[in-house]
Design a protein around this ligand. Structure first.
Ligand SMILES: Cc1ncc(COP(=O)(O)O)c(C=O)c1O
Length: 338
């Protein structure tokens, strides 16, 4: 048996935007910690405080004896933050997609899914018990059938593209948006009642955990799924830190402005830059510029692998200049494009 994927060599992150690689300190544009909240002093303080206040785990499902009031408070705040009637908090973004699928199984005749949607969404829609049609990335021409669901990422983790959710809604179908990358990165925008949204707290929010944003009716169904009912919720100190992460990323947050400024500085419409190898020397150019060559192979991505760079609010202009010069994009050319 030949395994398709293997673990990457160990990599140690240091100083928030650097890594130690083969004995060298290199700028790090891997991962998706868009605001470096996973090492933010306020997040770390909340985790310590949460541990002191609440202990580690409820060690029970929330449908038995594990429904700590902190989870309910967090769900109210998440629903308020994203402008949805209800939120259900689950242990990860991957689980968020699986519970939605279990809750919605049997309710649709056809699902259309963007071909570049994350493997968790691809896996989840195949549990809905109806035919699944992959459509070309961002280009859904028309949908057929009555009980139709369109599934897509919001901001795509692979290449930073933004899904045309408004166009999807015009078809009259229900729309499921996995916005693991857009949640927190963009200002939250209230969505129509036809939208179900799944998110993660492990990227922009820098903590861990996932959530489903939905109607009260769907939230009730999610709580009765085997996946939700049969598991222990996320440790309490992490749930506590998620509350703090949302406070750091309120509308108008200075962190988000810094991320926008950095993204604009490099002339990119999105904080994610995908480069499918075409330049043989790119890896060497990156290392010469003291940039970690974040080349990845990932389910659903280009088969031969690709470079992905995620800009954060904490990268300096100097780090961005070195990245752009390695990517052969001169700053003056960029200025003309703007
Ligand atoms: C689009 C998308 N959905 C879901 C997930 C899974 O989220 P989590 O890591 O919280 O399980 C990811 C994580 O890589 C993702 O990029």
């Amino acid at each position: 048996l030949k395994a398709e994927f293997e673990l990457a060599p160990p990599l140690q992150q240091i100083d928030r935007t650097y890594v130690l690689w083969r004995g060298q300190k290199l700028s790090y544009f891997g991962g998706c910690d868009y605001f470096r909240l996973s090492s933010h002093p306020r997040i770390l303080a909340r985790i310590r405080e949460g541990l002191e206040r609440y202990g580690l785990s409820v060690s029970a499902s929330r449908v038995t004896t594990g429904n700590h009031p902190l989870y309910e408070e967090l769900e109210e705040r998440i629903a308020e933050y994203f402008g949805f009637p209800k939120a259900v908090f689950v242990p990860s973004g991957y689980v968020a997609n699986l519970v939605v699928a279990e809750a919605l199984a049997g309710q649709f005749d056809t699902v259309f899914i963007d071909e570049k949607a994350h493997p968790s969404l691809q896996t989840a829609v195949r549990l809905l018990g109806c035919p699944v049609i992959n459509f070309p990335h961002l280009k859904l021409k028309r949908v057929r059938g009555k009980r139709v669901l369109i599934a897509t990422e919001g901001m795509f983790g692979q290449n930073g593209a933004i899904a045309p959710v408004r166009d999807h809604l015009k078809t009259g179908a229900h729309v499921w948006v996995d916005d693991a990358h857009g949640a927190g990165t963009h200002e939250p925008k209230p969505m129509s009642g036809q939208v179900i949204q799944t998110i993660t707290f492990s990227k922009a929010f820098g903590v861990y955990g996932g959530a489903i944003l939905c109607s009260a009716d769907l939230a009730g169904k999610i709580i009765s799924t085997r996946i939700f009912a049969g598991q222990t919720p996320l440790p309490l100190p992490l749930a506590y830190a998620c509350l703090e992460a949302m406070k750091l990323l309120t509308p108008g947050s200075s962190l988000r402005k810094r991320l926008q400024n950095n993204t604009r500085y490099i002339g990119s419409p999105s904080p994610i830059i995908q480069v499918v190898p075409g330049t043989p020397s790119l890896k060497e150019d990156l290392v010469r510029n003291k940039i970690f060559p974040s080349w990845i192979r990932y389910p659903g991505g280009p088969a031969g692998g690709y470079f992905r760079f995620a800009i954060s609010s904490e990268h300096t202009k100097q780090q961005l200049d070195l990245l752009m010069s390695a990517l052969h994009k001169r700053k003056d050319a960029k200025a003309q494009r703007r």
